[in-house]
Design a protein around this ligand. Structure first.
Ligand code: IDP
Ligand code: MG
Length: 140
């Protein structure tokens, strides 16, 4: 089943200048970028994106961090893209992420963990529409 998932290359990874390395890993895994842009989220935009986490103790810090610098937002398409991208990212905490995963390689901390990926088809639909109007995906 061909799926679409939302990926974000987070501020720590952009600062480290590993955008190219991360996108290469997506492509080598058969996750095809079909939309992409660099944006600087406002605090409010980061809060809207992570609204499901608003009761969590790390919400304030997480949304400040996500607004701390530019991010690269992509839609990735491929067979079982959602779970395959979660596997490629690795566990939330880079210290616990399997060797060879993007978070193990590039993550700095449980918060600054290099990349985001949608966790379900419903989340992917919300997250893709948060950043990309349908018209920007229709040519792909
Ligand atoms: P996920 O990104 O692996 O799906 P979530 O639980 O959805 O993990 O958390 C969203 C983001 O919030 C994480 O990617 C990470 O940046 C941050 N985060 C998660 N847990 C913690 C924590 O315990 N302390 C600080 N930040 C956290
Ligand atoms: Mg999540």
């Amino acid at each position: 089943m061909v799926e679409r998932t939302l990926a974000i290359i987070k501020p720590d990874a952009v600062r480290k200048q590993v955008i190219g390395d991360i996108i290469q890993r997506y492509e080598q895994a058969g996750l095809r970028p079909i939309a992409m842009k660099m944006v600087r989220l406002s605090k409010r935009e980061a809060e809207g994106f992570y609204a499901v986490h608003r009761e969590r103790p790390f919400f304030e810090s997480l949304t400040s961090y996500m607004a701390s610098g530019p991010v690269v937002v992509l839609v990735l398409e491929g067979e079982h893209a959602i779970t395959r991208y979660r596997d490629l990212m690795g566990a939330t905490d880079p210290a616990k992420a399997a060797p060879g995963t993007i978070r193990a390689i590039h993550g700095a901390s449980i918060e600054a963990n290099a990349v985001h990926g949608s966790d379900s088809p419903e989340t992917a639909a919300f997250e893709i529409s948060y950043f990309f109007p349908g018209i920007e995906l229709s040519a792909c």
